[in-house]
Design a protein around this ligand. Sequence first.
Ligand SMILES: NC(=O)c1ccc[n+]([C@@H]2O[C@H](COP(=O)([O-])OP(=O)(O)OC[C@H]3O[C@@H](n4cnc5c(N)ncnc54)[C@H](O)[C@@H]3O)[C@@H](O)[C@H]2O)c1
Length: 334
Amino acid sequence: MRIGILGLGRIGAFHAETLSGLDAVSSLVVADPFAEAAKNAAERFGAEVADSPEAVLAAGVDGVVVAAATDAHPALILAAVEAGIPVFCEKPVAKTMSEGVRVLEAVRGSAVPIQIGYNRRFDAGFVAARAAVTAGELGTLHTVRSTTLDPAPPPAAYVAASGGIFRDCSVHDFDIIRWVTGREVTEVYAVGGNRGADYIKEAGDADTTGAILTLDDGTIAVVSNSRHNARGYDVRMEIHGFTDSIAVGLEDKLPLRSVEPGVTFPAGTPHDFFMDRFAAAYRAELTAFTEVVAGTRTSPCTIEDALEAGWIAEACTLSLHEHRPVTIAEVRAS
Ligand SMILES: NC(=O)c1ccc[n+]([C@@H]2O[C@H](COP(=O)([O-])OP(=O)(O)OC[C@H]3O[C@@H](n4cnc5c(N)ncnc54)[C@H](O)[C@@H]3O)[C@@H](O)[C@H]2O)c1
């Protein structure tokens, strides 16, 4: 199949490389307003270059991958849907929830499939965790702990445009908590601090946060995030039930050092980058998109799913600023 790619920055170039290696993909057509980015992808992955997103959509593509800057997502999703072309769009759907809801309203009733890029849903560990929870292996759940710690903060310009750590980073934890447990979040309480890079504080953002989420069956989820984790890129989940407890990310490349005498685990080189930690997941995610394009599966992460994670991020942002518990119903109604 022929796939278009809109946006060839950090993640777009990585997706271009992954797509060029998939058996199902025979050709790529790419566009980026930064001509050099498109040209590089063309040279490295044998892609054709088009001079605009419209030209990509008119180039006979079977599906399109939107990896452009977040601001551009709504217009590009809508253009693809209008052209009847299945679309994969990186998270988030839009920069604000109101725009995201507008996109949802505009595509409601359309038969064109849309997949949003929450890559953890394709990681082998998280897939196994969801299977164990769904099969009832843990019994009734009581506690989930979800951790995402970045090795170093992103640049100041990225932080300023990110919408804050909950919308940019923790949103992956929020999505995967919903997906693994199959439950909805009803209420959050969030705290945050700044003990690291000054520009994060100056942007009105926190560099380290904690959030307690109450799920609709009473399970408590504790989410921990930081932009400062020198030991590496640490993504983990622990899930505890009345009959068993499991962990995702408890493997040799876990960036954590045990101080227990005689303990040598974890022994590997710590993960230091999200593209390394989730390389196989990104490949599985884009393979799934080719199946969506081929019509052999439905979207594994819909706009509705993406917006649910977004509401949790909104609630945590409000909770942090107002120093109080916030329900999802409150932010949804605002
Ligand atoms: N799921 C994940 O793990 C993950 C990881 C990284 C980034 N992302 C998301 O991917 C998106 C891109 O992030 P990035 O880090 O690659 O950013 P980036 O700034 O490196 O790249 C963005 C690219 O989009 C291009 N662009 C802007 N407007 C465009 C348009 N209208 N049409 C085509 N191209 C356009 C820019 O010229 C730039 O080359 C963001 O929305 C981000 O949230 C998701």
